[in-house]
Design a binder for this molecule. Structure first.
Ligand code: ATP
Ligand code: MG
Length: 453
């Protein structure tokens, strides 16, 4: 097969050039030229999808065969939770994450579990067979049905998969794979797009669940064309802070499940350990009896998680005051600081404000508002909060405390972790029939601060 011609196309105006240019001569856009493949050559090479089971015609919904066992648990509970209860037959899952975060480790462990039901294929374009074997030994992966293949030619990989008929496939990583007919280097936009397209077609046609590893760019998104994320069924990100052993698996997109669920792992020498009780982990090093530390509860899908919000308020040394927030939205912190100043007469002008969520968690829920306010006031006045009190509530611009969702699981989780009292919105408390904690319902920020200090 001859090499397909590629050209560079401006994504803003459609200008075509033979070579890459930093600036489009036609419309003047910067960095908008993207390598594309001659569409005709690719159309000839692309196999038909056949996802409708060989019937290339519209089919009534009622006639579509309901596949039994369409979803298969991998056996790694934290991964299954994020996938929505297991991996769906014929789905393509893209796993992205920083270098060395543990992508290969996670997928090798998952594939060994899947290989207990039949053969499974792990294709590595980054490591030799011996190196993959070394990792497998370290993780105690010894499944006889797990097959390794060190290859980067996507046609050979698909050929091997066709003849082997695995029950699950892992391709590590998409950036190392290439189709010889395209002629461009592995990792280039056209290669990534076409290889992903072939894998997608293979998965849909055969029903083999396929995992693809994707590298991420400096700003944290998956390297390669944005369209890659649109093509695949599920996009997972594996995150973690450098120096922390904790790893959080998060769904960015999921066609077959919620994107709210998270999976928590701990990286150890023997591999990734599932963390059954993440609240204990996030609260492990809490400074009890110190000011500026407040515990709140955040919902991640169906799972409540207790986290510690820390604040440090100190007089500004020189220049303008600094407002730094890690793990919470900086704008949200600025808004809450303004409400505290205006409504509660808390003097934050001339103070540097630092807010941090311990353990590298990200708080996206407004239900953490009241905890942020409490941490700020506690630090400013140097008054510690009662260590057995949990704080919950959204704060409005008028200083009102608004109701939050799913209070029951949050309170049960707090009781499990030894908390005795919860300060929460009146609207939420009213809906509760019983509670494992002593409830302190509040309607306004003033009431809440009074109950706290
Ligand atoms: N002997 C070991 N003991 C403890 N931890 C180890 C050991 N070997 C590797 N690790 C951990 O495993 C991590 C590498 O995992 P893995 O190779 O799965 O990452 P990756 O995301 O696939 O990386 P890449 O993007 O480079 O392919 C290391 O960063 C390290 O934390
Ligand atoms: Mg790897």
């Amino acid at each position: 097969m001859g090499k397909a011609k590629t050209y560079f196309c401006c994504q803003a105006c459609g200008y075509q050039a033979a070579k890459w240019l930093g600036k489009c001569p036609e419309c003047g856009a910067w960095n908008s030229l993207v390598e594309e493949v001659d569409a005709k050559a690719v159309a000839e090479a692309r196999p038909a999808w056949g996802a409708s089971g060989g019937q290339a015609r519209p089919v009534p919904l009622s006639e579509v065969g309901a596949e039994t066992e369409a979803r298969r648990p991998t056996g790694i509970r934290e991964l299954d939770r994020v996938l929505g209860g297991g991996v769906v037959a014929g789905s393509v899952v893209l796993l992205g994450g920083d270098p060395g975060i543990g992508k290969s480790t996670l997928l090798l462990s998952a594939l060994e579990r899947l290989s207990r039901h039949g053969p499974a294929l792990y294709v590595s374009g980054e490591e030799s067979l011996r190196q993959t074997k070394m990792r497998a030994d370290r993780l105690s992966v010894h499944s006889p049905e797990l097959h390794l293949y060190a290859e980067t030619d996507a046609e050979k990989i698909l050929g091997a998969a066709e003849s082997m008929k695995p029950g699950a496939l892992v391709v590590d990583s998409i950036q190392t794979m290439f189709l010889p007919e395209l002629g461009s280097a592995p990792g280039s936009i056209s290669q990534v797009r076409e290889v992903a397209g072939r894998l997608m077609a293979y998965a849909k046609r055969t029903g083999v669940p396929t995992f693809i590893v994707g590298h991420v760019t400096k700003d944290g998104s998956i390297a390669g064309p944005r369209v890659l994320e649109h093509m695949v069924d599920t996009v997972l990100y594996f995150e973690g802070e450098r120096g922390h052993p904790f790893r959080i698996l998060r769904a960015h997109k999921n066609r077959f499940g919620s994107t709210n669920e998270i999976g928590v792992f701990e990286m150890k020498g023997q591999g990734l350990m599932e963390v059954e009780d993440p609240s204990a982990l996030f609260l492990a090093e809490r400074p009890v009896g110190k000011s500026g530390s407040v515990v709140t509860s955040t919902m991640n899908g169906t799972r409540p998680l207790l986290v510690e919000v820390q604040a440090l308020v100190a007089p500004t040394g020189y220049g303008t005051a600094r407002r730094t927030a890690i793990g919470v939205d900086g704008n949200r912190v600025a808004l809450l600081a303004a409400v505290l100043e205006k409504k509660e007469d808390v003097q934050l002008v001339g103070c540097d404000i630092f807010v941090n969520v311990a353990g590298g968690m990200q708080l996206t829920e407004p239900a953490a508002d009241l905890a942020v306010c409490a941490a700020l006031v506690s630090s400013l006045q140097n008054k510690p909060l009662d260590a057995q009190t949990m704080i919950l509530g959204e704060v409005g611009l008028a200083g009102e405390v608004r109701a939050v969702g799913s209070p029951e699981p949050r309170l049960v989780e707090a009781a499990k972790m030894g908390f005795k009292r919860a300060i929460l919105p009146k609207g939420t408390a009213r809906r509760l029939e019983q509670s494992p904690l002593t409830l302190v319902p509040v309607e306004t920020l003033s009431e809440a601060l009074q109950a706290m200090f």
